[in-house]
Design a protein around this ligand. Structure first.
Ligand code: BJW
Ligand code: ZN
Length: 238
């Protein structure tokens, strides 16, 4: 913790990468591990273009169920600590894999929601993006009437312009990279963290369990984000 804190204090360009674990303490289930299943399905079965083509109603039902959980949840001390980091001097970027909207609700502004946002839908024909309507059922595009899909990046889909590329460009300049609450199983966010490390950043992993990132990290802070992140920010008397 002390080495991580010192590196953070000295840093001029800070990159934070978050995953589902940072929202676990807000009551949102993670993808892998306990509680990661819904009606016998896991994310790899439903978060795909093939699943949507085969049964759009089922996929929309899953996302509406998750949207409700996300909307009812509140940001926790981990999200608030990340928002606070942005206000230090120097450059900052938050790259989140989470679609739950808790980072912006905690006050984060310099952020990229690399996998999209659960409150948004996108037209399958004209690609227009709009808020998911409150009414049940499958949303239709308000511009052209075609079926809309969740505005979420699914497995096998390429990262949208201005998301991954922005993260990689920032990672190459970062001198501190903080990874929080991700298993690191999904490419490409884990690759962004390793790129930062390779280009000289001090890499910290915050996760109660060993992740794919932990063994590459300069410091693995094993514990829940809601406790560890405020501690990382706290002033300590010399
Ligand atoms: C705590 C905690 C607490 C608990 N505090 N921590 C073979 C090899 C390599 C790559 C590939 C491959 N085959 C395919 C790929 C590429 C694929 C991929 O990476 N697959 C791997 C799973 C193998 N990636 C893609 O397809 C991506 N696109 C892409 O690569 O485009 C180029 C390309 C195109 C075509 C072919 C090949 C390449 C797109 C990925 C999109 C991911 N989308 C999802 C679902 C949509 C979003 C949604 O519906 O919400 O995003 S998948 C799901 O995983 C979700 C998450 O954002 C993402 C990451 O999960 P995350 O956040 O890490 O959660 P968990 O549950 O895994 O981990 C939680 C962690 O928290 C755990 O470690 C806990 O210990 C910890 N934790 N409590 C701190 N209190
Ligand atoms: Zn349309």
């Amino acid at each position: 913790m002390n080495r991580a804190r010192q590196a953070f204090r000295a840093a001029r360009r800070v990159l934070v990468i978050t995953g589902a674990g940072i929202s676990a303490e807000s009551g949102i289930p993670t993808f892998r591990g306990e509680g990661g299943l819904w009606k016998g399905f896991d994310a790899t079965q439903l978060a795909t273009p093939q699943a949507f083509d085969g049964d759009p109603e089922l996929v929309w039902e899953w996302y509406r169920w998750r949207k409700q959980i996300c909307n009812e949840a509140s940001p926790n001390p981990g999200h608030r600590a990340v928002a606070e980091m942005e206000h230090r001097e120097g450059d900052f970027l938050l790259l989140t894999q989470n679609v739950d909207g808790l980072h912006p609700r905690a006050g984060s502004k310099k952020l990229v929601e690399i996998h999209g946002c659960i409150d948004q839908a996108r037209c399958t024909r004209c690609a227009s993006v709009f808020g998911v309507p409150a009414s049940e059922g499958m949303p239709r595009c308000s511009d052209c009437g075609a079926l809309a899909r969740p505005h979420i990046l699914w497995f096998g889909e390429s990262y949208w312009a201005g998301t991954l590329d922005r993260g990689i460009a920032f990672a190459r300049q970062a001198d501190f990279c903080l990874v929080v609450g991700t298993s690191g199983m999904v490419w490409a966010p884990s690759a962004v963290a390793l790129e930062a490390k390779q280009q000289g950043a001090f890499l910290v992993d915050v996760n109660p369990e060993q992740s794919q990132i932990s063994s590459y990290a300069d410091a693995w802070l094993a514990g829940p984000a809601g406790a560890i992140l405020p501690e990382l920010l706290a002033e300590v008397p010399e």
